[in-house]
Design a protein around this ligand. Structure first.
Ligand code: CTP
Ligand code: CA
Length: 232
């Protein structure tokens, strides 16, 4: 292989990334999930690794390969994702790209739930999942830089600013998923392109639409720039 001689501004930096959806079991054969291909999160993990970071990726179930040069932990549920992330602290930065299911069933059935003639569908009792980003954003071992994502169908900036504050994040990468092309191979979710705004205390920066790999490269560069100003 050719020697990679590009500068490594993130050498010696440990960065946690979450990616993909979580699956919350209903019974052994059924689950509740969010839409997420893992493409954006995995691309960010790869881009950070390219800049020399020691990247720890925690991924929910996805159909794409682990990024090269990235130590990847595979999890299924939000509770497992939270445990995996917190066991990786301390870190210099953490980037929360996963589409975590907001709720899980209160008690998943150990046996497959059977259709019973005349009984109708089961009622699922749901409970809220832990907020992994907020937990890390307010953690005693909070990384110096905490980055979240927000996919919104309305009031993109207002909602992103609220998440920034509530979750204790430094940056929120906001994307508008309101347009009908938001889902599927050509949309944000499942597609290869993304249009984001970077929301922080100092304001909102709009990035042009670009490939998810370019969003990842730009975000990795921004993270390197921000971390360079944090003294360790
Ligand atoms: N997130 C998380 N753990 C959760 C829910 C969300 O870590 N249980 C993270 C996501 O990875 C993302 C950010 O929080 O970085 C925002 O996720 P989002 O679903 O947009 O926010 P919620 O607070 O769940 O609000 P809502 O779904 O109601 O918009
Ligand atoms: Ca949510």
């Amino acid at each position: 292989a050719m020697l990679d001689e590009r500068p490594k501004p993130l050498a010696g930096r440990r960065i946690i990334v979450t990616s993909g959806p979580t699956h919350e079991p209903i019974d052994p054969v059924r689950y509740i999930a969010n839409r997420s291909s893992g493409k954006q999160g995995h691309a960010i993990a790869a881009a950070l690794a390219k800049l020399g970071a020691d990247v720890r990726l925690v991924s929910g179930p996805v159909n794409i390969a682990d990024p090269a040069g990235v130590a990847t932990t595979h999890v299924e549920t939000a509770v497992e994702m939270k445990e995996a992330v917190e066991s990786l602290l301390p870190a210099d930065a953490a980037v929360f790209v996963a589409a975590v299911a907001d709720w899980r069933t209160a008690n998943a059935s150990g046996e497959k739930i059977k259709k019973v003639a005349g009984e109708g569908p089961p009622s699922l009792k749901m409970v809220e999942n832990p907020d992994i980003l907020a937990g890390v954003g307010h953690h005693s071992r909070r990384p110096g830089l905490v980055v979240g994502f927000a996919a919104e169908t309305q009031d993109l900036i207002g909602n992103a600013e609220a998440k920034l504050r509530k979750k204790g994040a430094d940056l929120i990468v906001a994307n508008d998923v309101s347009h009908e092309s938001g889902i599927g191979p050509s949309g944000v979710m499942g597609g290869d392109r993304n249009k984001v705004r970077i929301v922080s205390k100092s304001g909102v920066e709009e990035w042009p639409e670009m490939g998810k790999d370019e969003v990842a490269a730009r975000l990795a560069a921004l993270i390197a720039e921000r971390l360079a100003t944090i003294v360790v």
